[in-house]
Design a protein around this ligand. Structure first.
Ligand code: GUN
Length: 300
């Protein structure tokens, strides 16, 4: 039987609708709204399209949205000064500096400069530490891992007791999702294995997975024979493999391919995310959720 296709676009829409309703209620009661600043340096085309979507979604949620577009040659000191200004601005609850940054800027320095209590990306080491501790300590789960966890839960797959295999050990996906799913508590409590470029038998590990999360950045890496029949497969890969003219807009758009051979995998998996339309839309929904959490945290 072909797999259930996990519709990240539809799930993210319903989460965003919940957030929008909550923000409208807060505004009616207190005349206050969450504030998000998005800082984009330069004009990397992928970054521009991600930030445009984040801005549009924040405005749709009813947030105060401040968009800062800085020239590619802005100095590190000027960028740090801007971050500091928003750290001190009480109307801003979330600060997002779009990555990657130009080479002359130390990315680490910028992330470390963001107030951890406004770090809605969850990239600051304080928030990584909080995530590791788990429970109430975890303030801002990084958006892509949070979206993955939500997709698994909302597609009815049991995480507790499951064998989870994560392919990839990046700081923004592999390491955090592995830690989130091994926590004791609801929506977690799994047995987690992380495999990576140093792993000897990649296929053998993947075949044991009840839940297979692939964030390797290698198009079509996971073959159908690596998938346990009935497994839940979450494909985090967004690989630009070419360009095409959009039938809708007539504009040139990227052809995206995931890390999993989707057409073959969907015949074996129990449930699977498509690319695009799987994990991608969830990342923005979770950014909105973190910004709302930050607003509430600052209010209380
Ligand atoms: N670049 C690619 N993904 C992300 C993200 O989730 N947050 C930020 N700040 N930059 C990114």
């Amino acid at each position: 039987m072909p797999a259930l296709i996990i519709d990240g676009s539809a799930i993210s829409k319903s989460i965003l609708a919940e957030i929008k309703a909550e923000v409208a209620a807060i505004k009616a009661e207190k005349n206050e709204v969450p504030g998000l600043v998005t800082i984009l340096v330069g004009s990397n085309s992928a970054s521009v399209s991600y930030v445009t979507l984040k801005v549009k979604t924040a405005l749709d949620m009813g947030y105060k949205e401040v968009q800062e577009n800085l020239a590619a040659d802005v100095s590190e000191a000027d960028l740090l000064a801007m971050v500091d200004r928003y750290n001190k601005d009480p109307s801003i609850h979330g600060i997002l500096v779009q990555l990657p940054l130009p080479r002359h800027i130390d990315e680490k320095k910028v992330i470390y400069a963001i107030d951890p209590d406004k770090d809605v990306d969850g990239f600051h080491p304080v928030n990584i530490g909080r995530l590791l501790l788990g429970g109430d300590e975890a303030k801002f789960p990084p958006c892509t891992p949070a979206g993955i966890q939500e997709l698994i839960l909302r597609s009815g797959v049991r995480i507790s007791g499951a064998e989870v295999v994560v392919v990839g050990r990046s700081n923004i996906v592999g390491k955090p999702i592995a830690n989130m799913l091994l926590q004791k508590g609801p929506g977690a409590n799994a047995t987690v294995t992380v495999v990576h470029t140093g792993t000897v038998d990649l296929a053998g590990h993947c075949r044991r997975a009840d839940i297979l999360i692939v964030a390797a950045g290698v198009p079509g890496l996971v073959k159908p024979e690596w998938i346990k029949p009935g497994a839940c497969v979450i494909d985090v890969g967004v690989n630009r493999v070419g360009e095409k003219i959009s039938e809708k807009t007539g504009k040139t758009v990227a052809i995206l391919r995931g890390d999993v051979d989707f057409d073959a995998a969907k015949e074996i998996a129990g449930s699977i995310t498509p690319v695009p339309g799987g994990v991608g839309p969830m990342t923005i929904a979770m950014l909105m959720k973190n910004t709302l959490s930050s607003f509430k945290m600052h209010a209380s």
